[in-house]
Write a protein that binds this ligand. Structure first.
Ligand SMILES: CC(C)(COP(=O)(O)OP(=O)(O)OC[C@H]1O[C@@H](n2cnc3c(N)ncnc32)[C@H](O)[C@@H]1OP(=O)(O)O)[C@@H](O)C(=O)NCCC(=O)NCCS
Length: 257
């Protein structure tokens, strides 16, 4: 992959076939146990997103080839929105929701998901949005690690009401200011959830532990690579203080697309 050739653009109906082709390629590459990582969308679903008013798509291209894509939704007032069980208190007009994030396996390992979220976040801010939401299967760490690195926090852990899959809900209060102010952590307000060398081996135990931490007023806010842990931060006031300091834990330089 030559990253210099990657370009990003908002997708339209001309990209319909490429979008479906990339989804099929990713579905074919997922193990049967991983098929729930993404909703398998139909052509009609994608037409809605490519034509839609509130639903949009972003794509990353290597020359002419579509190699990554994301649906992002900026719901309108009084419109029924996806994941209504998460933050129903926030008005539609403040929200941007991320869905169907796909990266061609040949292009993984460069945090393209995180970079797409950064790009969309700026667009959403320009459209007056203040808060981003995403739902991710708990056994899909590649996805929730990217969301944490993007500065989103795990604030709800539950079963998806539609299919019972164990999911994490992450959110971020978004704003135009550059770097969040570094926060000092101490033993009283933070908790290290050890993930170890093999996250997948830990996943069966994570659901109950994460639910417990959230009940105790903690949010999952970042990864500490040295201690191989997921960092939880006690909230001053539950659900009202979404902290954003994942960059503290992630020293990797993010190059622009
Ligand atoms: C999720 C997805 C978009 C991420 O792709 P990407 O942006 O290239 O992500 P990367 O491969 O750069 O990985 C990001 C992080 O996850 C970690 N990671 C990647 N694959 C992993 C795995 N199988 N197990 C555990 N961690 C993993 C990486 O180490 C990296 O962490 P680090 O930056 O701290 O080192 C891609 O894996 C994908 O398309 N998956 C299938 C579809 C899907 O699940 N979409 C998400 C729906 S919400």
């Amino acid at each position: 992959m030559n990253k210099k050739h990657l370009t990003v653009k908002k997708l339209d109906m001309d990209n319909l076939q490429d979008v479906i082709k990339l989804q099929q390629k990713i579905i074919n590459g997922l193990h049967p146990d991983e098929q729930h990582f993404i909703l398998h969308r139909t052509k009609e679903d994608y037409i809605k997103s490519l034509n839609g008013k509130s639903s949009n798509m972003l794509g990353v291209f290597d020359q002419d080839e579509l190699i990554a894509q994301t649906i992002f939704i900026m719901p309108q007032k009084d419109e029924a929105r996806d994941i209504p069980e998460f933050r129903p208190d926030i008005p539609n007009e403040d929200l941007v929701l991320y869905e169907a994030i796909l990266v061609d396996p040949a292009y993984r390992g460069s945090s393209l998901m995180k970079r797409m979220l950064e790009y969309i976040e700026n667009h959403a801010l320009d459209n007056g949005r203040k808060h981003s939401l995403i739902q991710i299967a708990i056994d899909n760490p590649a996805s929730w690690i990217n969301a944490l690195h993007h500065g989103m926090s795990i604030t709800k852990v539950d079963r998806d009401p539609a299919d019972g899959v164990k999911v994490l809900y992450l959110e971020k209060r978004i704003h135009h200011s550059a770097q969040p102010a570094p926060l000092s952590l101490n033993a009283q307000n933070s908790y290290n959830l050890y993930l170890g060398e093999n996250i997948h081996a830990k996943i069966p135990a994570l659901f109950n532990k994460m639910q417990y931490l959230i009940r105790q007023g903690y949010h999952g806010v970042g990864l500490n690579k040295e201690t191989k842990s997921l960092i939880w931060q006690k909230q001053e006031r539950a659900n009202t203080n979404i902290l954003n300091f994942s960059n503290i834990w992630n020293n990797k330089k993010v190059s622009s697309l």
